[in-house]
Design a protein around this ligand. Structure first.
Ligand code: PTT
Ligand code: SF4
Length: 608
């Protein structure tokens, strides 16, 4: 089968058995790969209602049909599981040579189940699996452990690994690669830790099957050239995602003091302009010609790779006004393997709880020394760190009612770095994101600030569904980086064209959107199955944005309107073919070839 290998490598850590699962071509045509393949495998393989930390939960590492083929920014891989943070579907996407080597190993995905008694790592070479002892790696931070693995296996391997946060089951531990690429916000790294799996080292040497190689190369090199010649290229190369700090401040969406405000007087202390002056290097993912990992020297004089989300969440949101210090916290998070977005939220939440005297142990806004200590303690689950490692939702529930009002999360996943007091479209994007509050599925905020900023319109909801289909459906399943399209305007048509050349099957943007709809409905069904039902409240953004208006900046006095939000949510459900409870309708599931989902869901809820 061109474009895919048609095989998944299935590894059981308890029995140490390895098998190959061959998949029918229809699975690839209907789910593509990456996120689509991951949710399909989790639906089929995970026992219903499994505890995320149980050995029976599955961890999926999946490529898409375009990942790591020689095309723009294709060096990405999807990591997915049932999340210990949210209890629903969780995934992430990271740039890594692991994508390249998985592509060349003869498999579309690696699925890991079971749990080892002792720490181990997997060495996979062209599909041959070795279970290697990891006693001497366990406890090491991700940078040190990766160096050790490179010394053992050489540089031409791909490595995915966890740090102390994953080992100690911090609920938002991630999987890290190449000292600065991190993915799987909803605790994918913690699931790896629960299996006592420190790392996956992968090496592949097989040529991936491509239907029309010459045509593929022609389209890919045209796309690479378009990127180089695009208008935004120079500024992007200078600042990457860090340009967003000033933009967010100007548009009053910069998360400030636990999302109380959208502007911060001290934003220049963490801006992209300042980063440019401090920059010492630039890094990125494989196959990318617009590399965006901007490196500066942090407070300890070590290298740290910055991105907007990291800097906003560990800067303005916790009132830490020194870029080198923010960089230090960011590097620590990468070393520990813990998500910066959930970390920044959890720290800010606790700081507010402390300010309101709802907790005994004090934590002041911007207290650098304490923050540094807590990043490490959260990763080792020590003292107050153990509480911070639980994430905002659980902390709020244990403190009590008042705290739920300033717990900034959706479905248990902490909100990424856009304040939505005055951005209803972006609030809906967070509300309906399929893994909990994350911007990756629909970054509608840029459209919203350019158009009808405060409107609750049908047009916005249509745009949101389009963005979800393209970003969360197409890019996450192909699996390639979306930034060539988002940031320098690479035409979307390149993607179906590349996919057609790779697979020999004719694809269009419309047919890719159908795949996206299927993936969205299957993910929703997965949540319903795991939760044993659904409550539309789960699709609402945090109460703070409805209750407490902004007190600063151009949108002073603004907050979200609950009734108008609810109407937008109704429109969203209707466009997705879901009923007013947020449950997919029977006929919509049928149209998407999801009949097997109907059989399961009708045992749990009444389907309309
Ligand atoms: C992503 C989320 C993001 S989104 C950022 S910064 W961003 C944070 N990065 C973290 C980090 O770094 N270290 C850490 N310990 N935790 C972190 N948490 C946060 O994780 C990332 C880039 C970026 S930088 C973005 S927007 C784009 N995201 C893509 C995506 O989601 N899908 C896709 N097809 N392409 C994308 N391209 C861009 O990739 P999660 P990466 Mg990341 C250090 O993983 O779980 O999806 O969360 O993967 O290789 O680091 O690339 O302003
Ligand atoms: Fe990686 Fe950035 Fe390139 Fe995307 S644009 S592939 S995140 S380096």
């Amino acid at each position: 089968m061109n474009g895919w290998w048609g095989r998944v490598l299935y590894i059981n850590l308890t029995s140490r058995q390895v098998k190959e699962i061959t998949l029918d071509s229809s699975i690839y045509l209907e789910y593509l790969g990456g996120r689509g393949l991951a949710v399909k495998l989790l639906w089929d393989l995970n026992p219903v209602g499994v505890d995320p930390y149980s050995p029976y939960n599955h961890l999926v590492i999946a490529n898409g049909p375009l990942s790591s083929l020689p095309a723009p920014s294709s060096g990405k891989v999807q990591v997915a599981t049932k999340s210990p943070l949210t209890g629903g579907y969780g995934d992430g996407n990271l740039g890594s040579m692991a994508s390249f080597h998985l592509k060349r190993s003869g498999y579309d995905a690696v699925v890991v189940t079971g749990a080892s008694k002792k720490p181990i790592y997997l060495y996979i070479e062209d599909g041959r699996v070795e279970f290697r002892d990891a006693e001497d790696l366990w406890g090491l931070d991700t940078f040190t452990a990766e160096d050790k693995l490179v010394r053992e296996h050489g540089r031409s391997v791909g490595i995915l690994l966890i740090g102390p946060a994953g080992e100690n089951l911090a609920r938002y531990a991630t999987i890290v690669s190449q000292k600065g690429r991190s993915g799987g916000r909803p605790g994918v790294g913690a699931v790896m830790g629960s299996k006592k799996l420190k790392a996956i080292v992968i090496k592949g040497s097989r040529e991936p099957p491509i239907a029309n190689r010459e045509e593929f190369q022609r389209i890919a090199s045209e796309a690479y050239n378009k990127i180089l010649k695009s208008d935004g290229y120079d500024f992007w190369i200078r600042q990457g995602t860090m340009m967003t700090i000033v933009w967010s401040q100007q548009n009053s969406v910069l998360p400030t003091k636990n999302f109380r405000e959208g502007v911060w007087e001290e934003y220049e202390s963490i801006s992209g302009d300042l980063m440019e002056k401090l920059k010492v290097d630039r890094r990125g993912c494989p196959f990318c010609n617009m590399q965006c990992g901007n490196v500066i020297l942090d407070d300890s004089g070590e290298e740290s790779e910055l991105d907007y989300e990291n800097v906003a969440m560990l800067g303005s949101n916790i009132l830490l006004s020194d870029l080198r210090r923010v960089a230090e916290i960011n590097k620590l998070a990468d070393k520990m393997g813990i998500d910066t977005i959930s970390l920044g939220n959890s720290l800010a939440f606790y700081m507010e709880a402390s300010e309101r005297k709802l907790v005994e142990e004090r934590l002041e806004w911007g207290d650098y020394r304490e923050i540094k200590r807590l990043v490490v303690d959260a990763s080792y689950r020590k003292g107050l760190g153990a509480f911070i490692a639980e994430g905002v939702w659980r902390m709020a529930k244990s403190i009590g009612r008042e705290a739920l009002d300033f717990a900034i999360h959706v479905k248990g996943l902490e909100v990424s770095a856009y304040d939505c007091h005055a951005a209803p479209g972006m609030a809906l994007a967070y509300g309906t994101s399929p893994i909990g509050a994350h911007h990756k599925d629909a970054w509608i905020i840029s459209y919203e600030v350019k158009t009808d900023r405060l409107g609750y319109t049908r047009e916005k909801v249509e745009r949101l569904v389009f963005l979800q289909d393209v970003r969360g459906g197409m890019f996450e399943s192909l699996t390639t980086c979306r930034l060539p399209w988002v940031e320098v305007g690479l035409d979307l048509d390149y993607y179906p064209k590349l996919l057609t050349a790779a697979t020999g099957v004719s694809w269009s943007l419309d047919s890719l959107r159908t795949v996206a709809s299927r993936v969205y409905s299957l993910i929703r069904a997965f949540w319903i199955r795991e939760y044993g039902g659904w409550d539309r409240e789960m699709d609402y953004p945090p109460p703070r944005w409805f209750k407490h208006p902004l007190t600063k900046g151009p949108y002073t006095g603004h907050k979200l309107d609950f009734d108008k939000y609810s109407k937008m949510l109704d429109m969203y459900y209707e466009m997705r073919g879901w009923d007013e409870r947020g449950i997919p309708r029977r006929d919509a599931l049928r149209k998407l070839n999801l009949d097997y989902v109907i059989t399961t869901l009708e045992k749990i809820v009444e389907l309309k």
